[in-house]
Design a protein around this ligand. Structure first.
Ligand SMILES: Cc1ncc(C[n+]2csc(CCOP(=O)(O)OP(=O)(O)O)c2C)c(N)n1
Ligand SMILES: [Mg+2]
Length: 780
């Protein structure tokens, strides 16, 4: 794909420079207004990042007003949100009201948010490192759609662009993503690094850029360094100029920052001292007054729009490109270069001076035309031709994919939910249907061990290049046929859970970003959800839609031991917004839940779905499930042993502990004839439903929540023992919700290797522990 950046005309450049000034002013003013002018209700500091913003203004102005095409997608570094909002305001996509309410309720968000902002955010950012990394997966998904012909023939291939702070490169997930991108031959991806050599606390290590260069080059990326701005480039052509540039090259980052902060006379003092032996250089310095000298010495290419445009024009193809853009944090502000400027704000006098420098009259602070040296008409004409002008709709949507009423699979007497998951996908893979076509699976090196093997054998691995399975060709016997092709439907990822979630995020946004719906399914070992938790949170924060199948789980893993046995994951399921969690016990429940989830991820008011599975075999029931039971299974809980009369004792459980609960039931039945068993398929759904009902009851609604409705079939003072192969608090909330005494069993400590009999005993979730707890709850 050609970026087609023609050489900019003089008049366009003039307009861009005016827009740059306007953006500089609006972004600084927005923050100032929020902190100093808007009334404070609670005395909290509002914040905003004037220095981080100023650092990238030229780059963002060049991108949004000249370089980007309509369907290019960009992740803007979190602390440049004010610049982003200011640009959208100029483009007519953001309201003054929202700018005035920057960081206030209902106003423009502190960090660009795809779901909370209304001004066309492509990818949310906030947690550093993730915004950059998702662009790699966004680009891979675009290729996937193209290879599968899931986009119309007129679809224009676009770029995915990340604008990153340099300190984001300290995040390990960046390298995980780069490696994966290299493996999958990522293309049409730009990373622009705002190389201001400052993070939050500090000025970064010298010569870091050399390592960055090598790193990107080793991943197959082109590296373009933007170092000297136009003024410095000009200086280099004069006698003595190169010595000054050499001096800059050798200047430690912290000294350069400090001199940028101190300005012209400080530069002069230092240069005179360091270049005392170079007459030509001294002559050049002498010719410039303090202001000119300060401007020249701090004229880095990343803050110079002409130099920025030239650099972008160099990347005129699909090769992934990293731009290392030298900038000054706080460029053009009195905060420039100061090491403590990350949270720094201009004071009232400083902002007044800044306003004056742009010729903006008091009372005209939000006026786009105020202070501009070019006619409104010229600016308007320029903006009208911008592909983003006036809220051009860039959020797409695709038709829903039909999910059948039943997925048939072969039930064996003894089986486990993980195995059934594999069988269900195997059946779907055999079909010729849109469902079968649009599912795309992802796994971080646990494809086979999470039972995706037979799906992959049928659907192949996705790669832009065809690759043979050498083992297959050499007739080595193997259950896996690992052929890779552009038609494949499985992303075989390296072991990096962050990448799994970022890939799911990108695929899960395909519907709205590329207008082509995918049904992404990711598999992972349950305990390693925590490893990628921030990336999962990031995916869900932008409302990406996917199925997360996590298996195996809990101490039911037995011999695998404590490092692999998950404990807290159901609590993540309950606590994590935009994620619905299920933990089925039986195969028939799983079949229902999978179908439901494939629909739910497509619903406007739906969300992603997490299904927690196990490798523990259970005897499968051959019951037939009617519509009512199906509804109950999906509601989060149903009676496995219904109370005959008003039961006064209930065993509640979730997941694979059915045999332990049923044995305890048989023992307890002798003393408690009307004992019941409540099966929880989703503590998450029940909890949310209870909370939602409570909120409605505040408004006078008297409907019962599902969990209250269930317990209405028991005595009002009935007792409960709950048990789960996970943290005991997963189900303990039920006691409070239905106002019953409860003892909750579960695994609250790290597990270890062992057989299930021993482990369940030691961790107190076997039938004996359930019977003991029952005796205790009776005496409470
Ligand atoms: C995962 C994560 N950890 C910590 C932070 C807090 N934080 C915000 S910005 C920042 C440093 C950013 O430095 P850099 O990326 O260089 O940005 P810039 O210099 O452009 O402000 C940190 C540590 C965060 N946002 N996300
Ligand atoms: Mg920085």
């Amino acid at each position: 794909m050609k970026s087609n950046l023609k050489k900019i005309s003089k008049s366009d450049l003039e307009i861009l420079k005016e827009l740059e000034k306007k953006t500089s002013w609006l972004s600084a003013w927005m923050i100032h207004n929020a902190n100093n002018i808007r009334e404070s209700v609670d005395g909290l500091k509002v914040g905003g990042h004037q220095a981080s913003s100023a650092s990238v203004i030229s780059i963002m102005v060049a991108l949004y007003f000249y370089v980007l095409k309509r369907d290019d997608r960009i992740a803007v570094k979190p602390h440049a949100a004010p610049v982003f909002h200011a640009i959208q305001y100029i483009l007519g996509n953001q309201t003054k009201d929202k700018l005035e309410n920057f960081r206030a309720f209902g106003g423009a968000q502190s960090y660009p948010s795809r779901t909370k902002d209304t001004d066309d955010v492509d990818y949310s950012t906030g947690s550093v490192g993730l915004g950059g990394a998702i662009t790699i997966f966004g680009s891979l998904i675009q290729d996937y759609l193209l290879d599968h012909k899931f986009v119309s023939p007129t679809f224009k291939v676009s770029k995915t662009i990340a604008l990153l702070g340099d300190a984001e490169l300290d995040e390990g997930n960046i390298y995980e993503a780069l490696l994966e991108g290299a493996k999958q031959n990522v293309r049409n991806c730009w990373w622009i690094i705002d190389y201001n050599r400052q993070s939050l606390d500090a000025v970064v290590t010298d010569e870091l850029h050399l390592k960055i260069d090598e790193l990107f080059a080793s991943m197959g990326w082109r590296v373009i360094t933007l170092k000297y701005g136009k003024k410095l480039q000009k200086l280099s052509k004069l006698k003595g100029g190169n010595e000054i540039l050499n001096w800059i090259d050798n200047c430690p980052n912290d000294l350069y920052s400090a001199l940028s902060y101190m300005g012209g006379s400080a530069w002069r003092g230092r240069l005179k001292q360091d270049l005392s032996k170079n007459k030509d250089a001294l002559k050049l310095i002498k010719k410039l007054d303090d202001e000119e000298l300060g401007e020249t010495m701090s004229n880095l290419a990343g803050n110079d729009i002409e130099a920025v445009l030239e650099a972008f024009a160099e990347a005129n193809d699909e090769v992934p490109t990293c731009f290392i853009a030298y900038t000054i944090k706080g460029f053009g502000l009195p905060l420039a270069g100061h090491k403590d400027n990350h949270a720094g704000l201009m004071n009232k006098e400083q902002i007044r001076m800044y306003q004056k420098s742009f010729n903006i009259n008091n009372g005209e602070e939000w006026e786009i035309s105020s202070g501009l040296r070019i006619s409104n008409k010229k600016i308007d004409d320029f903006l009208h031709n911008n592909p983003f002008y006036g809220g051009n709709k860039r959020i797409y949507g695709d038709k829903k994919i039909n999910i059948p009423d039943k997925i048939n699979y072969n039930v064996v007497k003894k089986s486990n939910t993980q195995e059934i998951f594999g069988k269900l996908l195997n059946e779907i893979a055999k079909e010729k249907s849109k469902l079968s076509d649009r599912i795309v699976t992802f796994s971080p090196d646990v494809t086979v061990s999470t039972n995706l093997g037979s799906w992959v054998n049928q659907k192949q691995i996705y790669n832009r290049q065809k690759k043979k399975d050498v083992f297959l060709d050499e007739n080595v016997v193997s259950a896996q046929k690992w052929v890779a092709s552009p038609k494949g439907q499985h992303f075989e990822l390296g072991i990096a859970e962050n990448n799994l979630f970022l890939a799911l995020a990108a695929a899960g946004l395909s519907n709205s970003i590329y207008g082509s719906r995918l049904l992404p399914i990711g598999t992972i070992y349950d305990t390693f959800i925590s490893r990628g938790l921030d990336a999962l949170n990031y995916a869900l924060y932008q409302d990406a839609r996917f199925l997360l199948v996590a298996t195996p789980s809990g101490i039911s893993l037995g011999p695998e031991g404590g490092a692999h046995q998950s404990i807290i994951t159901p609590l993540i399921g309950i606590g994590q917004p935009n994620l619905l969690m299920y933990e089925p016990t039986y195969a028939d429940e799983l079949e229902i839940i999978i179908r439901y989830a494939l629909n739910y991820i497509q619903e406007d008011n739906g969300s992603s779905v997490y299904i927690r599975l196990t490798t523990r075999d259970l005897i499968q029931s051959r019951r037939s499930i009617d519509k009512n039971l199906e509804k109950e299974i999906l509601s989060g809980g149903y009676w496995l042993k219904r109370p005959k009369d008003k039961s006064d004792f209930t065993l509640v459980f979730s997941g694979p502990l059915a045999p332990e609960v049923e044995t305890a039931f048989e023992i307890l039945k002798e003393d408690i004839p009307d004992i019941s068993i409540l099966m929880i398929t989703s503590s998450d759904r029940l909890y949310k439903n209870w909370r939602d009902t409570q909120k409605k009851s505040d408004k006078g609604n008297t409907t019962l929540s599902r969990i209250e409705e269930i317990f209405n079939e028991t005595m009002s003072d009935s007792l409960i023992v709950s048990v789960v192969d996970a943290h005991s608090s997963t189900l303990s909330w039920i006691g409070g919700a239905v106002n019953r005494k409860i003892i909750s069993l579960g695994v609250d400590e790290f597990g270890q290797s062992g057989n299930l009999k021993d482990l369940y005993k030691v961790y107190g979730i076997d039938s004996e522990a359930i019977v003991d707890a029952s005796a205790r709850v009776l005496s409470l």
